[in-house]
Write a protein that binds this ligand. Sequence first.
Ligand code: SAH
Length: 350
Amino acid sequence: MTDLKSLEFKELEQYLSDMGEKKFRAAQIFKWLHMGVRSFDEMTDISKELRSKLGERAYISAPDIEKKLVSEIDGTVKYLFRMADGNCIESVVMRYHHGLTICISSQVGCRMGCGFCASTIGGLYRSLTAGEIADQVIFAQKDMSERISNIVLMGIGEPLDNYDNVLKFLHIINNENGKNIGYRHITLSTCGIVPNIYRLADECLPITLTISLHAPNDGIRNRLMPINRKYPIAELMEACRYYTDKTGRRLSVEYSLIKGENDSLKNADELAALVKPLGAHINLIPVNKVEEREYRKGSKAEINAFCQRLISRGANATIRRELGADISASCGQLRKKTENITERSAFIED
Ligand code: SAH
């Protein structure tokens, strides 16, 4: 059975023409898929005959909303979606002045093993298909009846560890027959799988790349993020330079501040020196508490001092505002709680 929503528009045209159908049907069917229909029978401008032919050889992915939490503080909405195979993923919709932004997952679990992250605790279960990645945008928007205008690939999973499906997803969600979300409104966050940063750069899509740096030197980064032992900071920075040169897009850097680990003023100096040449913006995130981990955040004053130090060294930095604090909006936490995911060693060696 063909997973229809994982086909790019051109592939859908080809698929239909192979069935002996007219190409223009592709626009109609693509539109229905992206409106979130759950069955072919809902495609009312398609003949009954074609609907039943499709039903015999293809299927429409459609997750269920297992849980929905709405923050009373700021209206942030968190979804726990259950997919056809029973696995769950999380997506979060945040309200900004410029519209709704959705933070979506790219994998069920993660094998990157970052020490402070809830998503990696049970390891990687599987990667999502392109259609399943799109479904989060489609079904969140359908549920909220409000257009989602921005996407960040910053939920569960490492997008560059699911490269082919993520790339397909980018093409699919950008297509004008469906959600038509501009590449400039899409951000992809990575822990730094260097070869795939080069591949992505060569696609020349003007999406924003965010690097989860979290450390100003290899000593600290090796401790916090196993991926750094494979691709150390210097190689990562070179790949970032290539990305910005190739796409003309400004880079941003995520830096979770962890008390006593990476938050000294000396660390701020190192970080400023590292990032300034790239002209990247630094998002400082006071580390979120994860039950299984002992990492803690510093005081407000310490966090402000770190930020001020970066700025005084000529770097561009802000402290990320926390949204959805009452619904544990940071990804990985709800799935872990609901599915009772427990420690299992994650690995990144291929
Ligand atoms: N795998 C991708 C995207 C998912 S994580 C990546 O690494 O970028 C999204 C962001 O949240 C990353 O910057 C990640 O490092 C950060 N993060 C994970 N756990 C966190 C925690 N407990 N506190 C603060 N930030 C965290």
